[in-house]
Every structure is written in structure tokens, then in C-alpha cells.
Design a protein around this ligand. Sequence first.
Ligand code: PLP
Length: 402
Amino acid sequence: MLNLQEIRNDFPILGREVYGHPLIYLDNGATTQKPRCVIDAMTDEYLNVNANVHRGIHYLSQQATDLHEAARETVRAFINARSTAEIIFTRGTTESINLVASSFGQAFLHDDDEVILTEMEHHSNIVPWQLLQARTRIKIKVCPITDEGRLDLEVLPTLFTKRTRLLCCTYVSNVLGTVNPISELIRQAHEHGVPVLVDAAQAAPHLLLDVQALDCDFLAFSGHKVYGPTGIGVLYGKQQWLDQMPPYMGGGEMIAKVSFEHTTFNELPYKFEAGTPDYIATTGLARALDYVKEIGFNAIQEHESALTNYAREQLSQIPGMRFFGPSDDAVISFLVGDIHHMDLGTLLDRLGVAVRTGHHCAEPLMRRLGIEGTVRASFALYNTFEEIDILIAAINRVRKMF
Ligand code: PLP
């Protein structure tokens, strides 16, 4: 059981008001709020340690480097990677996937090779593959979803061919709340000799990630969705792949030796980390992951799943309610009668309730659902049942205006 009052006290922003109402923050799928310990860890580093990492022989630089590399170890342990060589710091999920598309693409994807995506992918796991397609004539195949908002597992096996080089799939849909049977998908892909990239942006805050148990080849997530700072994310890659992939960007840190004639590259993970990393954010990320671990995924899941079930049940009693997706996880997408999603979201905001509206960066999925957008309520470990009651009351108030 979570001590919710104690947890809420950890998040200073939850005490503020919006338009004279207490803030009800239900846009956690977009970004989560930050606990004071994360803010303090970053402030403390700026106040007392700040120096560029890896380069200086002086005290502060070494201390900053120690914090930065300790953060890498925290991430490694968080996802149970074999080695810190497999943990690459990026700006977020988007950059992690772009890195794989560019670098794995250059090494392993040639004309007429195929990549399988799914119909429920975020634009971050679609567009990088299209950019690659503009350079190399790869084929993008798409696994459809069922009317219930689950991957069509009868179609998926038919998509693998001798030319399939990668399966890219989200673990949890940011729109439908579907938790995909990712272990099973990875097993199937591997049977065809196909590696798998897992977009764990929506999974990292809610589910225990174990890359060795999953046996995924790549996994990407963003710090800001798991109570950490913005501008920092992670790409996990199996060393056997990363070793064979060329660097993504060139610059300082990623080199071994440079001359105008010939440059050699640094060892993993630095080969993929050109330039000054956001070493303050890595400290914040590590503190956020420790915070989540201290609370524990069992308690988090128990609470979030109770919240999600309660919210679905209460929402379903509102006349004209239409749900999109099964909401296995802490995400509920819906529309109410003929009320436009933007109108509903805007009016809820006026009542202090922050939800997401629109296509949620998943336009192909919207097309499949035959809609322009939804209202999305997404929950975090600090949300309460009372907040859901307020959401319901606010929706009912908006309904009366229409
Ligand atoms: N993938 C999924 C499933 C997401 O929900 C998001 C963000 O909403 C992303 C990728 C992109 O994450 P970021 O913008 O942090 O790179």
C-alpha cells in the first residue's frame, strides 16, 4: 500500500492551483511531475559540483564524472542490463529510436530489406523509419490492431519474410493503454532471426523492465515520463549489435584518435555519446529511478491499476461515453457524445483538471479508429481516487453545458 499523502508531499507542484481550483494532473502519459529529491539532486550538483565530465583532471570534473557514471550504473540496474557498455544516454525515447534507425539502419538495412512496425506506434517509432526509407529503399510493414485495440497476433506471423531485419513495437500504447505481450513478440521475432526494438516510453513508469528476461535487442525510454528531468533518456542495446553499429553523431567524447586522414572511435557506450552529455540530468534521472525503486513496482502497479479500474467504471456511467482501447495500463482514452475532444479538454482545464487531447502523436492509429482525437486521462503513482471523482464531476458539468 502506498502512503499517498506522504508521496504527494514529495511533489511540490501538486499543491498548486489552476484557475482557482486545486490542480488535478492527469496528463502523466505526456510527462510526470518531479519529486523534490530529483529537483534537489540536480540543484545540488549545479550549486556544488558543476564541471564538464570525462575531460578534466581537476576535482570537480572527477566528482561530476563519478556522479554521471554512477547514474549509468543506476540505469543499468534499473533495467537489468548486463553491462553499462549497453546503456547509452540520449535526449529521450525519440532520440534513442532515431539513433537505432540511423545507425542500425546504416549497418544492417539495405534496399528491399523490411522493418515491421505496428498500427499503434507513436510518431517517434514511425517517422525515423520513414527518414531512413528516404535514404535506403527499405519496406515498412505494419502489424494491424483489432477492434479491441490489441495487436492482431494472427497477422503478425505472416509479416515476417527472409528480408525482415527488425521489429519495432511499443510495450504500452500511449493512446489505448494496451500492454502488448512483448515477451511473446520478441520470442516470435527471434524465431525468425529478427531483432526487436522496444519503445518503453509508456512502460518505464509503470512496469518492471528487465531487458535480459525480455531478451529485447534495443529498448528506449525517456527520463521525464518516469519522474525524472526532461532532456535525458536511455537507449539500451545488446552489445553484440552496438559493437557492429557506426556512430550516430560525430564530435568530442565519441573518438579514440582523430586526424584529418583517419579517425577511430571510442569504446561503448561513449561511441554513441558525442558532445557534452546532460550530466546534471543523468543525476536527476538516477535519483528518479531510485525513488521509483524505493516505492516499488508492486505497490505502484497495485495503486495505478486500482485507479484505472475505478476510473473506467466511473467514466462508463457517463451517458455517451466511448472508450478507445482496453486501458490495461494507467491510460484511458475516451470521447463523450458529440463533444469535441478539444472543447472537453479545454473546459476540464478551466475546472483545474489537466488531461491530454488530440491525436497523441499517433495519427495512423487515429485513422484506424476513424476519429480525429480523444481525451486522454493518464495516471501516476501520486493520483488519488478523489481526483477521479473530481474528473467525473467536471465531465458531467461540461456535458450540461452542451
Ligand atoms: N513513444 C511513446 C509510446 C510515447 O508515448 C512517447 C511520448 O509521448 C514517445 C515515444 C516519445 O517520447 P519523447 O518525446 O520523450 O522522446
